[in-house]
Ligand binder design. Structure first.
Ligand code: ZN
Length: 85
């Protein structure tokens, strides 16, 4: 977090120690951003294919996905790109 005057603020700082300006609030995560990440189930729905088919595509690494631990996650924008190829 940086003040308008260019001073780096600590996350807990309510005011800039340099110019006294109230610290900007961290932006809340926008819903549209959250929607860009899909679970396997949501990705299958989005692509209008069966979950069985999406697991098949994952296994063959034919679809762009991220592994978060044991979970698979899909970035909607990447799926759209992938569909357009
Ligand atoms: Zn400042």
């Amino acid at each position: 977090m940086t003040c308008k005057c260019g001073i780096d603020l600590t996350p807990k700082a309510k005011f800039c120690p340099e110019c006294g300006t109230p610290a900007p609030k961290p932006e809340p995560l926008k819903e549209s951003k959250i929607e860009e990440i899909l679970t396997t189930y949501e990705a299958a729905e989005f692509l209008k294919i069966s979950r069985w088919k999406i697991y098949d595509l994952i296994r063959k690494k034919q679809i762009p996905f991220k592994e978060v631990g044991t979970q698979k996650r899909f970035v909607k924008a990447r799926l759209i790109e992938w569909m357009q190829v």
